[in-house]
Design a protein around this ligand. Sequence first.
Ligand code: DSN
Length: 423
Amino acid sequence: MSVKNDVQGLRPLSEVDPEIAELIRLEERREADTLRLIASENYVSRAVLEATGSVLTNKYSEGYPHKRYYEGQQQIDVVEELARTRVAKLFGADHVNVQPYSGSPANLAVYLAFAQANDTIMGLGLPAGGHLTHGWSVSITGKYFKSVPYGVRESDHRIDLDQVRDLARAHRPKLIWCGTTAYPRTIDFAAFRSIADEVGAILAADIAHIAGLVAGGAHPSPVGIADVVTSTTHKTFRGPRGAMILCKKEHASAIDKAVFPGLQGGPHNHTTAAIAVAAKEASEDGFRAYAKQIVQNAQALGRALESRGFRLITGGTDNHLLLIDMTPKGIGGKPYAQALDRAGIVANYNSIPFDPRKPFDPSGLRIGTPAVTSRGMGVAEMERLAAWMDDVAQNVNDEARIARIAAEVAELCRGFPAPGIRV
Ligand code: DSN
């Protein structure tokens, strides 16, 4: 059938574009048959996928509920209000904005709300486990602001709060970020609050990695402590790719104006609906147990790896992730991550604090347990995983052995179907 004859647009993807349909099918197969250990990834439910793939993608809605620049918002206003109220209730926040397209735009909105170009800002340096948008030099946030990064201690690789305080006193930043992407320990939000108060700074907590742990009570919450909290919605929170900003009442208007019209046009309503669904799922009974299990699995995996001679940065974890220094195993993080991928164990190479190697070929591997926990795996599976990881580390160039491990991994995966995927 030609496009002209398909005015209703009801032909399935497999007919309209078999090439893309096949790539999606293969990706479903890959996601089902491999172990997802990337600490920032997860599997969303069928319900979240359905909302994401809905007609809400057709609608423009510049503005906020009941104050829009386009008509036809009968459903969209209710969807956005549901997303905001569910997230606000879940986290105990005064005000929520669910419109940022993703984590980086959410963080840019915080800069726009609270700082001017060339103001001084502070955040954890990228090589120490921070995020690009917390002021790292190659990011716009390191170019348009005077960034004073803080780090971790050389002795134990934990955030050096004495250094944070000294730098804040010396540089009087307008904005201090706390939040991480590769840090396995609990963040002391209260300590950051006292530093921010001492120097009159706005405190922003970026909980992108740990939002699901916070919602599920497995990590302390910064809500009510930080002035503003940003997060993506697709990591431990198990929602669509998107973001949210939670803030105190007095900052609501500044944050809303910064997101729209400051940085963005129309919100992605299909994403907003999926955030509402994810917030509903995170409010249900099982989510607290899920969050707790993520941490228990990460700790069990850490212990099992350590007993096999892996060196864990900070010696373990309090959250969902492990950062491993591969130096004692005699292999770089990148070739190891590539060998693991061939074995069906998908992770990412990562710099470690004070890494003597370059970011594109670093010493470390970052892994996390949110996705394997979503499949229902527990401590017993973490021990098997550690054994495979050790086997791969010792046999990086033995392709026959790696293929055998991939088959064993796929067999385990069949017993723990990936949520949201029908294969
Ligand atoms: N890409 C995210 C992560 O993997 O942690 C951070 O933006």
